[in-house]
Write a protein that binds this ligand. Sequence first.
Ligand SMILES: [Zn+2]
Length: 504
Amino acid sequence: MSWKHDRRKKVVFFGDSITQQGAGPGGYITKIDSILKHEGIEDKYQLIGAGVSGNKVYDLYLRMEEDVLSKSPDIVVIYVGINDVWHKQTSGTGTDYDKYGKFYTAMVKKLQAIGAKVIVCTPSVIGERTDNSNAQDGDLNLYSKWIRDFAATNNLPLVDLRKAFIEYNLQHNPLNNEKGILTVDRVHLNPQGNILVADQMWNAIRQIAYNDLFAHPLPETHRFPMLKYELIPEQLLYEGSIGIENIFSPLPCNQEIITGTHSRAYLDKLLDQTLTASEQRRIGFPQSPQLTQRELMIAQGTIDCCTYAMEYGVALNVAGGTHHAFADRGEGFCLLNDMAIAANDLLHNKAAGKILIIDLDVHQGNGTAKIFGEEPRVYTFSMHGSHNYPFHKEQSDLDIGLEDGTGDAVYLSLLHQHLTGLLQTVKPDFAFFLSGVDILATDKFGKLGVTMEGCRQRDEMVFSLLQQYNIPVTVAMGGGYSPDIRTIVEAHCNTFRTAIKVYA
Ligand SMILES: [Zn+2]
């Protein structure tokens, strides 16, 4: 078997004595390491501490070649600024405000030039009083604001430690003590401080890893808009619809779970990179270990969503919905059928007894229909364009073929009629919803005439009905090929926003 994990992501923590201690026992880097172990992904990251006591921004700049660049990091977390402020008072040195920004900018540019992703942090605290009476509060606020603006202007992930520390202290420091809440000595972290910093940093690191994986690199001109997998969570985070805590990154799915749906021979081809040229053409992507890894993670993402859906009513996979994958082959940008894999896993674990798959991608869910053709516990419902790919359609339990140009009114009334009927007759205890946005009139491949608002109403109808019948649902995004990627992202984000609204 030629299967192996990607090279570990190298994360360098670049800073002062707080970071130096962070790599020691109980330190925040050590704590991130524990989080990795707890999540079973310690083999995916290598954490490197590069903190030196007393360092200011220009000290980092001077030693970055040796301590950071030479290690070829994938991710660099910069946590500096305390001494720049503190030493103005204690040592008569420190760093002037304008120099701080200049050195910081130069440092980030150099890191980006070697392809490293940079995470910036605001300087936390010098003193923990919550009434702004710590001597350096003014400067720390000023330098922190510079970091926040810099992160926003340059689209860099920000860990706002200063904000997190102040918020924590407002809650946990009623006596207005100057130390002992998150620090031992007003600056250096106590166990609680290390936990707080570890959590904040890990969330930022995980977000980068997540983005990297779901946007699988393809040739620039490829017609599949991979970029949407980065842009959807970015947009939702940016607008505040979701927080970082709402995102999880799945592990690759277990092979035994995959072979509950796909043939061993086909899985081996994906793992060993032995798909023939014509099999790859049919899929539409060139094979690669990264692509297989991605598909395994998407499948696990859909499985994990089912667990969350049981708890919260709804969970959404930002990718997935690969419904053209058959048990023994892939086609139409689909390698593994994530919903089929997850549905079989639910049945296998007796977590569900009757499953309804609501496939509203503009293309028929041919792989899904075929996989469950003989499975009475899974009811497949596909509403799709009659004259769209796949030209040879399989038989779902219910197929509703739509004429070219079908608009909002007809689309929504057909959906309401059929879905209501199915919920009453099939009586599922779990549902999957494939929310493809290639039903939009603007879609390059779809032939329907649904508007953005009609697409949003579709999502709302599905969520509202499922919620009314108390049926948990896992959602996967499926297709969307409007020429302007903003249209695609907006329509997919609407699915998230609508779910949030309905299930609030
Ligand atoms: Zn589609």
